[in-house]
Design a protein around this ligand. Structure first.
Ligand SMILES: Cc1cc2nc3c(=O)[nH]c(=O)nc-3n(C[C@H](O)[C@H](O)[C@H](O)COP(=O)(O)OP(=O)(O)OC[C@H]3O[C@@H](n4cnc5c(N)ncnc54)[C@H](O)[C@@H]3O)c2cc1C
Length: 471
């Protein structure tokens, strides 16, 4: 009887899992294994919110495997020695995995593949949760893409809505004793600050499917406009599920079309704007694959001489806590703290405020997001921060400084989002809600802070710094 190990990593699902599917087809015994080895993720080890999600996602995967007569074998320690040990114990002759594309994972997996082969153990790796491998698309000149639109045009021609792989017909039924308990991985916070996350999220494959159904029922119809309204549940909220590989773009595409066919007499729903956003995710992976240094360095070297302000711990603290005195910035930062997620438009606004009005280096923001986002993703987060800061790929020009007041007036005119996250301003009249500093009495009564910085003057200072850095 031949035995294989399926090494789960960022693919915590059973359906549309090529590694699992193939291992179950080719081997009588299959050991589903997860190795907790955060030290192998370089300088970007998972933050607190990601660890919380991971705990629950592993639990969900284990439950699903148990329903099929298997169990997730949990270990911690170095991946290579653990794989060798589990292979020796079970007699496994092949290790299966789905690829991850972050620089540290690529380096580690290359090494592990070679070492396993030296030990006579075969390795079969499969495409991760993406439409294309990040190295597959190139420009006509054979170069990586640096502009999204042509990248997406090309990628779109390669995407079809074919059916994703089902769960394996013969499930992995091999149960090993002697692993770690989930609790022993120490992923949950010791102080219970995770109530808001529990309220908002259901990690795991079923949670991802439910989120997709909700999106198909409620929001896909007017996604193109509603996606910019932070008070609405107008986006799919699938980012963390995608990051942990609980669902794939292929499943989303096929699933949406199927659900729309089943539920709607009206066939006119256009899912293209949504697919395009998934394209940004893939563009980020492509970019990070070709330019791995960007996690810590400006992509545009012109910014190497930029005069970022000195690190200001007090300013950073006010931004992190949502006490800047600028309502949309504070609402977003508090949404993040409470739920582990922030609406995309508000992410752009808070990032612009930090990197332009406060002129703090984008890495300070990227690190905070890394620790607090349930969807913290090295490619997307790095691209998002560098894009807003102006130094990234296909980035917003530096002089585009988001004005948090006009953004709130445009996308949250009645202040529904602001009132939701800023209890101090819940009863503020619409006339002053967006600029509460215009009513000193309101600030005194409510304790909401005065703005920590003048938006107009700080914008001018940022633009002057940018001009100076260009020489
Ligand atoms: C400063 C900043 C930091 C960000 N950090 C992250 C991060 O760590 N992880 C993360 O997943 N996204 C990040 N984003 C991108 C985006 O904000 C989130 O993907 C989105 O808000 C997630 O919500 P959703 O799933 O409802 O999105 P939807 O609008 O439903 O989009 C569907 C999916 O498309 C992908 N997507 C959408 N917008 C983008 C984008 N701009 N760039 C890349 N992929 C995108 C995501 O996988 C998302 O789940 C960041 C954006 C900014 C401006």
């Amino acid at each position: 009887m031949s035995t294989a190990i399926v090494w789960f990593r960022r693919d915590l699902r059973i359906a549309d899992n090529a590694a699992l599917y193939q291992a179950c087809a080719d081997h009588a015994g299959v050991v589903p294994l997860y190795i907790h080895a955060p030290q192998e993720e370089g300088s970007w080890q998972p933050g607190a919110a990601s660890r919380w999600w991971l705990h629950h996602s592993l639990q969900a995967l284990d439950t699903d495997l148990r329903h099929r007569g298997g169990a997730l074998h949990l270990r911690r320690g170095a991946s290579l020695s653990t794989l060798l040990e589990v292979a020796a114990r079970t007699g496994a002759d092949t290790v299966y995995w789905n690829r991850s594309y972050e620089p540290a994972s690529i380096a580690r997996d290359t090494q592990i593949k070679a070492a396993l082969r030296e030990h006579g153990i075969a390795v079969r790796s499969f495409s991760g949760a993406s439409w294309q491998e990040p190295w597959q698309l190139t420009t006509l000149e054979g170069q990586p893409y640096r502009v999204f639109t042509p990248y997406w045009r090309k990628l779109r021609t390669l995407i079809d809505a074919s059916e994703p792989l089902p769960a394996p017909a013969r499930p992995p039924a091999m149960v090993l004793d002697g692993g770690e308990s989930l609790g022993a991985l120490d992923l949950l916070p010791s102080i219970p600050w995770d109530g808001g996350m529990r309220e908002h999220w259901t990690p795991g494959e079923q949670g991802a499917r439910d989120a997709l159904e909700l999106f198909a029922d409620d929001a896909i119809g007017d996604y193109a406009t509603a996606r910019d309204v932070p008070a609405r549940h107008g986006t799919s909220r699938l980012s963390a599920h995608l990051h942990f590989g609980e669902i794939t773009p292929k499943q989303i595409h096929h699933g949406l079309l199927t659900m729309l066919r089943q539920r709607r007499a009206d066939r006119s729903v256009d899912i293209e704007p949504y697919l395009r956003e998934l394209g940004w995710r893939e563009f980020a992976q492509h970019w990070l694959y070709h330019f791995p240094q960007v996690t810590n360095e400006h992509f545009n070297p012109r910014f190497n001489g930029f005069a970022w302000a000195a690190e200001d711990p007090e300013a950073l603290r006010r931004w992190q806590r949502g006490r800047t005195g600028i309502p949309l910035v504070d609402a977003g930062m508090r949404e993040l703290w409470h739920t582990g997620w922030m609406h995309n438009r508000v992410r752009m606004v808070v990032a612009s405020f930090l990197t332009k009005n406060l002129r703090q280096h984008w890495l300070h923001g990227a690190r905070w997001f890394w620790d607090t986002l349930v969807d913290a993703d090295l490619a997307n987060n790095t691209m998002g921060w560098q894009w807003v800061a102006g130094c990234g790929v296909d980035a917003a020009p530096y002089f585009r400084v988001f004005n948090p007041v006009s953004q709130a007036q445009k996308f949250d005119p009645k202040g529904v989002y602001l009132r939701r996250w800023l209890p101090e301003l819940r009863d503020a009249p619409e006339s002053t809600l967006h600029e509460p500093w215009k009513d000193r009495g309101l600030l005194q009564q409510t304790g909401y802070p005065a703005p920590m910085i003048d938006l107009g003057l700080s914008r001018q200072a940022a633009l002057a710094a940018y001009q100076a850095s260009r020489g």
